[in-house]
Design a protein around this ligand. Structure first.
Ligand code: LLP
Length: 430
């Protein structure tokens, strides 16, 4: 819970709108975002960075809904993309290609062409082979590719191994010890222009020390490059700042930025950051309704209408998301269990919160103490980042609707998918 998602008179609200109203209007499962929360996170970055030239490149992968990208674009954001598809989303959302950095280890020729034509700020290059490909593709269409090498600083981010990216054994970036020679090679290639340096060591970091360790290593390289006559326009220190899902205590945005600025001291290069989760994670919840309560011999299950296809993080990383009842009025004066079944008795128990998908890994939360009825609405918190963007259609489940609350206004920002949309491209053979 935060300033944007909170209880009032035992009803859970997004800004000024009770979530029961959103469920009644748009159905469940449904992602609900707070525009004010999105704006607030972005402003915390820009205020902390105001003393120096900077660009905040929101990581599109965390949440790529056009309305969300548009909120950030209007605040002056740039974007960190990892595919041609994300570039098209940024442009469709009103983002400025000249403020886009393109990361990722597998950029295709088509994606490189598209990004060169659009005129992005730079490619965050992740291998020597990519340098060669960029040079060739740019030459073939008469462009110069702006490049920044993503250097792997070999720093332990101390986060989940699947989302740790800055260690030698990870697939990301170019080896630290080879960086200077690769810059020299890039300098000699005719269709490349060196613009900066980049690193990103992982995601959901809850301490500043790994960021500082990585920044210091990158800055040592910047000095080495300057000594070799290679001057950079920008230093990109990636994203990765964590959020509170449960009992984590990540640094505040301002403390994190202040710590980074401390390492940069009097340098004049523009600072780029690529935050994703911290901008959107706690700006969104997943609204879901209980379908059945199943009191088993060993466990009690609350089977809800959201599943691992809607929110994959628990199944994939064993991630924790807080789950709260939307109506927490104590029984027996419970409010009518919205709509379908009239008033029902609440069952206070420890529940496994699971979805309808045919996999044991399909859970949203374990061992949650909840007082609920069949048809209760639940809010799965901290679902704004890597929720909808990682959703799938497994079990032919149409993806959830997405809604953005802005004060007392509610906007549908993505319609619930239909099953017809899911198989529209499929063909039966004769
Ligand atoms: N820049 C690059 C190059 C990245 O690979 C990422 C995230 C970011 C920026 C943004 O990182 P953030 O500020 O959001 O931590 N699906 C996982 C997270 C994967 C993150 C991948 N890279 C999850 O749900 O926890």
């Amino acid at each position: 819970m935060n300033d944007y998602f909170y209880y009032q008179d035992n009803q859970f609200y997004a800004e000024q709108v009770p979530l029961t109203e959103i469920a009644a209007q748009f159905g469940t499962p449904c992602y609900v975002y707070s525009r004010a929360a999105l704006t607030d996170g972005f402003r915390q970055f820009s205020e902390a960075l105001q003393s120096r030239e900077h660009l905040i490149c929101c990581a599109v992968k965390a949440n790529s809904n056009l309305a969300i990208l548009n909120v950030f674009a209007r605040l002056g954001a740039g974007f960190d993309i990892v595919s041609g598809g994300e570039l098209q989303r940024v442009l469709a959302a009103g983002g400025d290609a000249r403020q886009v950095v393109f990361s990722g280890v597998g950029k295709s020729i088509a994606e490189i062409c598209m990004a060169l034509e659009a005129g992005i700020l730079c490619f965050n290059v992740e291998s020597e082979a990519e340098l060669d490909r960029l040079n060739e593709v740019a030459g073939s269409i008469g462009k110069i590719a702006p490049v920044s090498l993503r250097v792997n600083p070999d720093v332990d981010a101390k986060t989940h191994p699947y989302i740790s990216t800055g260690l030698k054994q990870n697939k990301f970036g170019v080896p630290y010890d080879k960086a200077v020679s690769l810059y020299k090679r890039a300098r000699d290639l005719p269709y490349l222009r060196i613009t900066g340096i980049d690193c990103h060591i992982g995601s959901q970091l809850t301490e500043t020390s790994p960021f500082i360790a990585a920044a210091e290593k990158i800055l040592a390289l910047v000095d080495e490059l300057a000594a070799a006559g290679i001057r950079l326009e920008h230093i990109d220190l990636g994203g990765g700042l964590g959020i509170r899902y449960n009992d984590e205590t990540p640094p505040a945005i301002s403390d994190y930025v202040t710590a980074l600025l401390g390492t940069l001291r009097e340098r004049s290069e523009k600072l780029i950051l690529e935050p994703g989760r911290v901008l959107v994670g706690n700006a969104g919840v997943l609204l879901t309704r209980v379908e059945y309560l199943k009191h088993g011999e060993e466990k009690n299950f609350a089977i809800v209408d959201a599943a691992m296809n809607d929110l994959m993080r628990p199944a994939l990383y064993d991630a924790f998301h807080e789950i709260l009842p939307v109506d927490r009025q104590p029984s027996p004066q419970s409010s009518p269990a919205s709509g379908r079944g009239g008033e029902r008795e609440r069952h206070s128990s420890i529940y496994e919160i699971v979805g309808p998908i045919c996999e044991t890994g399909d859970f949203i939360g374990h061992n949650r103490n909840l007082s609920i009825t069949p048809q209760s609405l639940l809010a799965v918190l901290s679902a704004g980042a890597y929720g909808m963007s990682m959703s799938s259609n497994y079990n032919t489940r149409p993806r959830a609707a997405e809604v953005m609350v802005d004060g007392n206004a509610v906007h549908l920002i993505r319609e619930r998918e239909t099953v017809q949309q899911l198989y529209a491209g499929e063909k039966i053979i004769l």
